[in-house]
Write a protein that binds this ligand. Structure first.
Ligand SMILES: Nc1nc2c(c(=O)[nH]1)N[C@H]1C(S)=C(S)[C@@H](COP(=O)(O)OP(=O)(O)OC[C@H]3O[C@@H](n4cnc5c(=O)[nH]c(N)nc54)[C@H](O)[C@@H]3O)O[C@H]1N2
Ligand SMILES: Nc1nc2c(c(=O)[nH]1)N[C@H]1C(S)=C(S)[C@@H](COP(=O)(O)OP(=O)(O)OC[C@H]3O[C@@H](n4cnc5c(=O)[nH]c(N)nc54)[C@H](O)[C@@H]3O)O[C@H]1N2
Ligand code: SF4
Ligand SMILES: [Mo]
Length: 722
């Protein structure tokens, strides 16, 4: 028996776990780590199933290569040779713009994924870089890019100290929080209310989070920017604005909000005007307050506007960057933006639809266009890492039809699933327990400053490759160095860049020192550990890998501290409250608002024992409430004459789904969870609980224009009896 301390890598909550493993390397128990200063023993049903997930017998353990149309197990050498051949043929015949890469959600959760995202995309040398960002949070990053000059400066609610929390389009009691790492969100909300604070939830569904709040407001999907403009209008009209940070654009903002009086937006939002006014007054009157918003405000047609307005309200109520308000985490690792230029986007455009780049990526909603449309630069080879876009991207079935048209496709993924079944080569990473873990990204959005490193709990088997090695080899192949090249050169380049920048940053722990001498002080057994050690040593707390290894339950680095103007990288050094490109998008909002209200709007929902598309093969995580049903209000059900099953139609597709009537959804709104649609899957448990692909209904032609994000919430549909 062996005890292992691990950060759970499954969601944004970064819970500390204590596992026991037997001699055969099987996980015999999973407990929350009560010594973890951040998660204090909390874990959710998914974390409790981490062993089952890790040991799923249907995970792939050997690489696969397609031979005569069939995927067959091969050696790693053969697999990398096949990748080298496949990519080289496309590059030689069509150039590098014929390559594309999709980096899926778990690349944010693995050390290899985070560290090799950039090098891999760079080595491929294509502008066709796609990721889960454009079906998730990129509107928030674009908004922060414009507001703060820094798309990595994402304010998080100071959950443990705030007196008033307004939550829009997030259901942290089910999702466990997102872009706001806070293990045991429920307990933190309960503590907030116990100390006399208030929680208000704005959501077209009465969610678990809404039930745990003081007040819940139904809102018509997609109208959060109007609701927030109504709040901004009220703050100005009633002279409630208190700005405590340096800003530009205050007068322009006042003018912009003039037309959006609560009375003018109420009908469209489905929220009474007096309620909007009351929310504005409550935010202004609370000793401290924070507005927090997620998926329901980003995967919508005006996601960047909504995300911008969230932090506009935080700023206008004096709550940006102060304790109890919306604050910036100070992570333990080196922050790359510290060397960067002010945020810009639109530096290039997609070939077919001319969509602007944001954060170096193009919208995944246009990936199928790029594969299907002939001409120079047509995508003919695709690399996917930890992604299942057939189920997770808008109009997934179109992608499912487009992928077989590729000349070559390679996937780094532990499962044969709806996307990887189209691959010519599949490169499976080892078990989670065999990899070290540090949550680089999520530890930059924690509600307390905190760090925790988990060493691998089990060794790699002889000949097995870590995820970092797989991605490193793939990167070397993409760079043209061939299937046998040693990827440690990538780590050295990474290190050199980071150290070279750090020695020039005044105030850095290595300011003014000789880079070679600094390099000699960085240590780690694997590439990711070496890079982590460097990022910790170059970070603000002077931590090291060695230090974190000595404290396996994690290190509390204290409550959040004000970070302005440090995190601002705007040319003026001030917060830009009315950035021109964002303000210009209000015209699109006005035009949409002038149009008719669709009779029925589709939204999504997350389920406690699910995680996007990939946990449905675990017996303990499927069944019960975790099934793919359409939530419909009983009034709509009666009006539409629905029985047990219904046909849902959108502009792009049609599905037949089981109907689940519930008073917890706003009339005029229906909800279907995503990640399902496993009919015929090679994963037998998932296939037996197949459900349908919600993204058969979401329209890849409609986007949040500023960020390129897909629209999953507020999709016009019709519903009729099946
Ligand atoms: N309709 C609708 N669609 C949505 C959403 C929605 O709310 N509604 N949400 C969107 C959001 S927020 C997101 S983030 C995306 C997610 O969509 P994707 O980025 O496609 O990610 P997942 O569906 O989570 O699939 C993860 C894949 O990674 C693999 N995987 C798991 N662990 C590892 C690992 O350690 N290494 C590697 N290499 N692979 C691994 C799994 O087998 C699976 O194939 O879905 C989006 N799609
Ligand atoms: N259990 C579980 N946890 C997860 C995941 C999972 O699949 N399952 N996925 C992980 C991922 S990748 C992410 S990005 C996070 C997401 O974390 P959250 O954003 O907290 O997740 P959701 O449950 O999708 O919450 C979105 C809420 O927005 C509401 N909504 C829909 N449309 C609108 C709208 O127009 N306006 C408003 N105000 N609300 C709206 C929905 O009803 C829903 O309650 O969760 C992560 N955690
Ligand atoms: S809340 Fe998230 S991080 Fe915590 S145990 Fe559950 S899945 Fe893991
Ligand atoms: Mo996500």
């Amino acid at each position: 028996m062996k005890t292992a301390y691990r950060t759970c890598p499954l969601c944004d909550a970064v819970c500390g776990l204590r596992l026991t493993l037997d001699d055969a390397g099987r996980v015999t128990s999973v407990h929350g780590d009560t010594d973890d200063p951040f998660s204090r023993g909390y874990l959710c049903p998914k974390g409790a199933s981490l062993g089952r997930i890790d040991e799923d017998p249907h995970r792939l353990s050997r690489p696969m290569v397609r031979v005569d149309g069939e995927l067959r197990e091969v050696s790693w050498e053969e697999a990398f040779q096949a990748v080298d051949r496949g990519l080289r043929q496309v590059i030689d015949a069509h150039g590098r713009q014929a390559l594309a890469v999709y980096l899926g959600n778990p690349t944010f959760h693995t050390m290899g994924g985070i560290l090799y995202r950039f090098p891999l995309a760079q080595a491929l040398g294509t502008r066709n870089v796609f990721s889960a960002s454009t079906i998730d949070q990129i509107p928030k990053q674009v908004a922060c890019g414009h507001l703060f000059g820094n798309a990595m400066a994402i304010p998080v609610p100071d959950l443990d100290r705030t007196d008033h929390l307004l939550i829009l389009g997030a259901n942290p009691l089910v999702s466990n929080g997102s872009l706001c790492a806070a293990p045991n969100f429920a307990a933190r909300l309960a503590a907030l209310r116990k100390r006399g604070g208030r929680v208000v939830v704005v959501d077209p569904r009465r969610t678990r989070t809404a039930e745990a709040a003081d007040e819940h407001l139904f809102i018509r999907p997609g109208t959060d920017p109007l609701f927030l403009l109504g709040i901004v209008h009220t703050l100005f009209a009633e002279d409630l604005v208190t700005v405590r940070v340096p800003v530009d654009g205050l007068d322009e903002l006042r003018e912009l909000a003039r037309d959006f009086a609560p009375e003018a937006v109420a009908a469209r939002c489905g929220v009474p005007a007096e309620t909007i006014v009351r929310q504005a007054r409550a935010l202004a009157a609370a000793p401290t307050a924070a507005v927090y918003a997620r998926i329901g405000t980003t995967t919508v047609e005006f996601g960047t506007l909504a995300s911008w307005l969230v932090d506009v309200v935080n700023t206008l109520t004096g709550n940006l960057d102060r304790p109890g308000g919306a604050m910036f985490t100070r992570p333990a690792t080196f922050e790359f933006w510290a060397t960067g230029e002010p945020y810009t986007d639109g530096r290039w455009h997609s070939r077919v639809r001319g969509l602007p780049e944001a954060m170096g990526e193009l919208p995944v909603a246009t990936l199928a266009d790029e594969i299907e449309t002939p001409g120079e630069g047509q995508v003919r080879a695709l690399v996917t890492v930890a992604g299942n876009p057939v189920l997770s991207a808008p109009n997934g079935p179109r992608l499912d039809r487009a992928l077989p048209g590729l000349d070559f496709m390679v996937c780094v993924d532990p499962y044969l699933n709806e996307t990887t079944r189209h691959a010519d080569v599949i490169l499976p990473p080892p078990r989670m327990m065999q990899m070290p873990h540090y949550d680089f990204l999520l530890l930059t959005v924690t509600v307390r400053n905190y760090a925790r490193f988990s060493p691998a709990a089990l060794p790699l088997e002889p000949g097995q490759l870590s995820e970092a090695e797989i991605l490193g080899r793939l990167t070397m192949i993409a760079a043209g160095a061939g299937p046998d090249a040693d990827p440690s050169a990538i780590d050295e380049q990474f290190l050199a860049g980071m150290i070279g920048a750090s020695v020039q940053i005044p105030g850095s722990p290595v300011a003014g020192r000789d880079p070679a001498e600094v390099r000699a002080e960085m240590h780690g057994d694997t590439g990711p550990e070496l890079l982590l050690d460097a990022m910790l040593k170059l970070g603000p707390y002077g931590l090291s890998l060695e230090e974190l290894k000595k404290r396996p339950s994690g290190v509390d680095l204290g409550p959040l501290q004000p970070r302005l103007p440090e995190v601002l990288t705007t040319p003026s050094g001030r917060v830009q409250l009315a950035p021109a490109p964002v303000v210009a998008d209000l015209a699109r909002l006005r035009a949409r608002t002038a149009g008719p209200v669709p009779e029925l709007l589709l939204i999504g929902r997350r389920q406690l024992r699910s995680n996007n598309s990939w946990l449905h093969n675990i017996p303990t995580l499927v069944g019960g409430s975790n099934t793919c049903t359409l939530h419909v209000h009983p009034d709509d059900r009666a009006r539409l004459g629905l029985g047990d099953r219904a046909v849902v139609k959108s502009a792009v597709g049609e599905l037949v789904v089981p109907v689940e009537p519930t008073e917890d959804i706003m009339p005029g709104v229906v909800s279907l969870p995503h990640g399902w649609g496993h009919a015929g899957s090679a994963q037998p448990v998932a296939a037996a609980h197949a459900g349908v692909n919600a993204n058969a209904l979401t329209d890849d032609s409609v986007l949040d224009v500023l960020s390129g994000n897909a629209v999953f919430n507020g999709v016009p549909v019709t519903v009729s009896p099946a």
